[in-house]
Structure formats: C-alpha cells, structure tokens
Design a binder for this molecule. Structure first.
Ligand SMILES: [Cu+2]
Length: 244
C-alpha cells in the first residue's frame, strides 16, 4: 500500500470514528433521561447521571470497533477472484497503538473511580427527621405501615422533599424491595429488618416491584406509590382507617 493510500485509509477511519463517537455521545447525553424510568429521587438522579457518563465514555471505544468493521467491509471486501487489498497495518503503528492504549487505560481508570465513588455514597440516614415506613413483603404483595399510627396500605404514600427510612422485611421467603423511579433496591429477608433511605423530590406516581425471584407470581408482585405534598400526605394519613 502506498503512503498516500495509507494516509487516506487513516483519514477515512478517523472520520467514521469521529462521526460514530459524536452519535454515541449524543445518545449517551439525551438517551438515559428519556429511556429510563422517570427520576423522582436523589438516588435515581445519580443512577441516570452514571448511565450518561458511562455511555459517553464508552462511545469512542464502541465507535472504534464499528468504524473498523464498517471500513473493512467497504474497502476490503472480496470481489470475485481478486485478492482483497490489505488495509493499514495499525498493529505496527507505534503512535496508533500507544494512543489507543493510553486512552483506553484512562477511560477504564476513570470509570473505576466513578464506580467506587458511587458505591461509597452514604445510604444511611442524614438524621433530618426521616419519615419511617415499615415495608413487608409476602407472596405476592407488598404492605406499608407507618409507625406511630395504625395505618397500613397496599400502596405507598410519601410526602415530597422529606427523607424516608424504609425498614424492610419479609413474612415468608426472600423478596426484593425495588422502587423503580427512586433507584433503590434492598432484599426483604425473613426475621431481619434492613433499612434503606431516599428523598423523593418529584410529585406523582411511581412503580414498586419485587426484584428477587420469590415463587410463582413473582412477576406480579408489583404496586404503585404516590408522592404527595406534605399537606396532602398529612390529610391522606389522617383519613385512613386505623387498623388493629
Ligand atoms: Cu419476588
């Protein structure tokens, strides 16, 4: 292959890579908030931000793979009995290999640090007068009760902008308490109370699912929750029948 052909090959590869990288980054920036469930808490905002960062960071790597594949398909396809020309010898190009190695190492280290940081986010209470909710899983329903009252409900009602402490347990087998729109999940174990915290910051409906296989109707162990204004929440709570 001549030097000018070689240069052309690199330019073509680079251009395809750049276009695909930009396309991937745009999907990463605008995709998660549209494709993922509506974010209604601080935890879910962080989850969506992590999806954005990881997708954008992965975009140049994925673009490199697809650009090479597309380029090879276009230029080095076998035509009849003709021997396909060989492409640029990227593996023998020290500059190319070094850049690739450094960039992918930096990306991996960055993602590792981000992941460890997200893992270390303190999920314990901030101590700002959290609302305590007892969550009980049993085949195949959830129930929610509010300590200090005798109110129990199959749907979860929460006030806006107040930290909630969920005390999660199970009556029969292990379930998984998952508030989809708030980005929190925790196992519901028999005889154990596990706590998890979040602060809702959007009004409206949200979904609750079981995320631990718990038997025949596991897939139907779903319910909904409602984030209300504090005054709506107070009147909901006082309007509920008191259970023994
Ligand atoms: Cu389940």
């Amino acid at each position: 292959m001549t030097t000018s052909n070689n240069k052309k090959s690199y330019r073509g590869l680079f251009l395809t890579w750049a276009i695909l990288t930009i396309a991937g980054a745009l999907v990463g920036i605008f995709g998660p908030s549209r494709l993922m469930p509506r974010s209604m808490s601080d935890n879910m905002h962080l989850t969506i931000l992590t999806m954005v960062v990881f997708t954008v960071a992965a975009a140049p790597v994925a673009a490199g793979v697809y650009a090479s594949a597309l380029y090879a398909l276009r230029h080095w396809a076998h035509k009849g009995s003709e021997v396909p020309p060989s492409g640029p010898a990227v593996r023998e190009n020290a500059m190319f290999v070094t850049t690739w190695l450094i960039v992918s190492t930096l990306l991996t280290v960055f993602l590792l640090i981000w992941g460890l940081g997200a893992l270390a986010v303190d999920n314990s209470s901030t101590g700002k007068n959290p609302l305590v909710v007892d969550v009980t899983g049993q085949q195949w329903v959830w129930s929610f009760s509010y300590p200090g009252t005798h109110v129990s409900s199959p749907q979860l009602y929460l006030p806006d902008n107040r930290e909630v402490e969920f005390r999660v347990t199970s009556k029969d087998v292990t379930h998984g308490f998952w508030i989809v729109n708030m980005g929190i999940q925790v196992d519901a174990n028999v005889g154990v109370i596990t706590t998890i915290h979040t602060t809702p910051d959007k009004l409206g409906l949200f979904n609750i699912r079981c995320e631990q296989f718990c038997g025949l109707n596991h897939a139907f162990m779903v319910t909904v929750g409602h984030v209300l204004t504090p005054s709506q929440f107070a009147s909901w709570l006082s309007s509920q029948p008191q259970q023994a």
